[in-house]
Design a protein around this ligand. Structure first.
Ligand SMILES: Nc1ncnc2c1ncn2[C@@H]1O[C@H](COP(=O)(O)OP(=O)(O)O)[C@@H](O)[C@H]1O
Ligand SMILES: CC(C)(COP(=O)(O)O)[C@@H](O)C(=O)NCCC(=O)O
Ligand SMILES: [K+]
Length: 246
């Protein structure tokens, strides 16, 4: 059994594969919770395949904890100049977030043509891959939770309970919560529309849009033509760290 992890800045996304098939998965806040969840589900993976954008020391501790819990073999995605026909577009390829790299590669391998990958997590990341496999770089912007929390952190009177994000609610807010929630949502949605038009400039008319990350469902209704794939990073991880069992 293989345990796959995508260690993002907010959550650890996990899946367990048995003979190449997903048998369980979810997201957890930390590795201790993951160990408990695996024990309760009576899952005992021995191979770990992971991608992490966390600090190296934190990632090492996480791996050690899982080794104590029964992991025998570890494969970790590393920066690369090229993979599966995609050429890393960063001036220093080691600086490109590995989650971005894997989703860009997975998108290109899936469609075989130009693509735009939007990952709406802690940060919103945007990556362009041209039809010939050149990764053109992209953009990094704050995600929804970051936008909200920064407004609360740096103001005295933005205080409200709940975060009722309704993707289609656009009317001017008549209370603090709706004003902030809709304002942040419109920042995100406006950004996505802008990226689509920029996409035509960089990629031409014919490109596929991939949508992933914890907040992807909030913009999915705006992009009916986009491919929504919550597991895009795992598809990239399998390409970066192939295992016989795949
Ligand atoms: N239970 C949750 N805990 C944290 N974030 C959540 C949760 N449910 C939804 N989210 C949203 O998902 C985003 C995190 O998405 P994710 O793709 O997991 O990010 P990352 O890869 O950066 O950890 C948060 O910014 C938040 O807006
Ligand atoms: C941009 C990110 C913080 C996104 O992380 P996430 O929102 O998935 O937690 C991550 O890809 C990262 O740390 N990148 C390194 C900087 C770069 O890609 O240029
Ligand atoms: K992200």
């Amino acid at each position: 059994m293989i345990l796959e992890l995508d260690c993002g800045n907010s959550l650890i996304k996990w899946r367990v594969l048995s003979t190449g098939e997903r048998v369980a998965g979810g997201s957890v806040a930390d590795v201790e919770l993951l160990v408990v969840v695996l024990q309760e589900a009576e899952l005992q993976p021995t191979v770990l395949r992971l991608v992490s954008v966390r600090a190296d020391a934190e990632t090492r501790l996480l791996i050690e904890r899982l080794q104590q819990a029964g992991i025998e073999r570890v494969l970790r995605a590393e920066p690369a100049l090229s993979l599966a026909g995609v050429a890393n577009g960063y001036a220093d390829h080691t600086q490109l977030g590995l989650d971005r790299w894997l989703t860009a590669v997975a998108g290109y391998v899936d469609c075989g043509k130009a693509c735009l990958v939007l990952d709406l997590g802690t940060a919103v990341t945007v990556d362009y891959v041209a039809a010939d496999g050149r990764h053109l770089g992209g953009f990094i912007a704050p995600g929804l939770q970051l936008m909200r929390s920064q407004l609360k952190l740096h103001t005295r009177r933005i205080r409200y309970q709940g975060s009722e994000m309704v993707p289609t609610a656009h009317a001017p807010g008549d209370n603090t919560r709706d004003a902030v929630e809709r304002g942040c949502m419109q920042m995100l949605q406006g950004f996505v529309f802008y990226l689509m038009s920029e996409g035509r400039r960089y990629l031409g008319e014919d490109f596929v849009v991939y949508l992933t990350g914890g907040d992807a469902e909030l913009v999915a209704p705006l992009l009916p033509e986009a491919v929504f794939d919550a597991d895009l990073v795992f598809a990239g991880l399998a390409l970066a760290c192939p295992i016989k069992e795949d």
